[in-house]
Design a protein around this ligand. Sequence first.
Ligand code: ZN
Length: 158
Amino acid sequence: MGKYPVYQSPQLDEVEQRLRHLEAQHGYLAGDPRALVTILTEDERTVKALGLSHEAIAHRLRVLTEAAKQALGGPVVLENLWRVVVQDFRGRLPCPWGHSGLYPKTHVVVERLDTGETLQWTDLSIHLIEAHGFYQGVGSPYRLDPQKVASICSITPE
Ligand SMILES: [Zn+2]
């Protein structure tokens, strides 16, 4: 399987089954009947149209996460534009793609102060974007619509 697949391979079928099986717990594909490869390719197209890359988006989310972690659980205001809160939950999550290793259940909420828009993600969400170009299903509470992420987090092409 290539890094960002362009067709629904048997391996991707397995990943999709795993994601749908975990749906009750994590909502990865909640409310999204599209095949996983379709979700991946449509989000990839959006990211490219924005002149961005999965890596650039993941990097920005990581920078905001790390800045907020310095605040030790309290909310922090960054650049007068974002209020960010990081909560650590006990336990770790595996990558549904079957990567080895576990991702901390760090939960991040960002509120954009000028528009009131909010986004939330976890360390695993960042990995799913960076390694798999996966922004989760349209009905997922952790859906990170690339266009919305770019606008809320002010991610612009280099
Ligand atoms: Zn992975």
